[in-house]
Design a protein around this ligand. Sequence first.
Ligand SMILES: [Zn+2]
Length: 117
Amino acid sequence: MQPRQIELRIKRIKRDLMKLGPMRPGALSMQYAACQKPGCACVDPVKPKKHGPFYQLSYSHLGKSTTRFVRPNYAGQIKKELAAYKRFRELTQEWVTQELALSQLRLDLARRKDDEK
Ligand SMILES: [Zn+2]
């Protein structure tokens, strides 16, 4: 791989990063719950019908884990933001990978040049 090719890749990664919309880390899960009130359908002994689904959003940021409920009508937007964050992570990791390769390549090229002297 030539430095130019890697530089081009990095350029593309930066361009893709600029296109990312709103994002947030975490995972969304669906939960069902029983309120346990006597007579409620959720505690029916034969065919219990739990309440829900409730969307639960879990994430950790700066070493702190948080879980919170999300209203169903926001689930779509949250899913988009989670996907954007995932893409952000992929792109930044790829960026670092390419930068490492580029740096190493430059070191190798410089060494070869010195050896030729
Ligand atoms: Zn209930």
